[in-house]
Design a binder for this molecule. Structure first.
Ligand SMILES: [Zn+2]
Length: 194
């Protein structure tokens, strides 16, 4: 078969060269700040560097791509992060799409560590409108309308695959804070800031 990243022949989903290259992590950070609040979001990759891989999201083979990337990134988050005490990690929305898989649930499960507990299906968007290619103004007018579905008793890390304008992250944070849950930061696979 061919490497999902570079197209060269390999026996695996990704060739060794790409595995090494994608495994060289440097954590990026962006501070979101608008009238609804503030939040720091950490990212493992620049969107432009892995854009071609993230396009697999709505296809069957995206399951393998997301698992591969999550092992190289989310699974190693504890190397970057020291925190005493219990934390919960929840995804912005981890419902299964098209009866295939949930890409954010794949990221989420790889974040599990000694002090990070994974809470699947804790937050769901009631408005599933597509934000891709839409303006900031459109995103603000058409809120995700998140609903909290679980009782959470520890500070939270918010997980998603991509941060673009950050409106979803800030909206989710607001919903959690209304429920007296503190949000530590956001964590995404890729930052799409230009
Ligand atoms: Zn390759």
């Amino acid at each position: 078969m061919r490497c999902f990243n570079c197209g060269s022949f390999t026996l695996l989903d990704f060739c060794h060269h790409c595995e090494n290259e994608l495994g060289e992590l440097s954590l990026g950070a962006r501070d979101l700040d608008d009238e609804s609040g503030k939040l720091r979001v950490y990212s493992f990759y620049k969107y432009s560097d892995i854009k071609h891989l993230l396009h697999s999201k709505h296809k069957f083979y995206g399951y393998f791509v997301y698992n591969f990337l999550a092992k190289l990134s989310f699974k190693r988050f504890h190397e970057f992060f020291a925190y005493e005490g219990k934390i919960s990690a929840i995804a912005l929305d981890d419902r299964v799409e098209n009866a295939l898989y949930s890409h954010s649930a794949i990221l989420l499960k790889n974040l599990k560590s000694k002090n990070i507990t994974i809470q699947f299906n804790a937050l769901h968007a009631q408005n599933k409108i597509k934000y891709s290619g839409k303006s900031l103004n459109f995103r603000k007018k058409n809120k995700r309308n998140y609903k909290l579905l679980k009782k959470i008793n520890s500070p939270v890390i918010l997980v998603d695959d991509i941060v673009t304008t950050g409106t979803s992250m800030l909206e989710a944070k607001k919903v959690l804070e209304k429920n007296k849950i503190s949000v530590l930061f956001g964590l995404v696979l890729a930052d799409a800031k230009e």
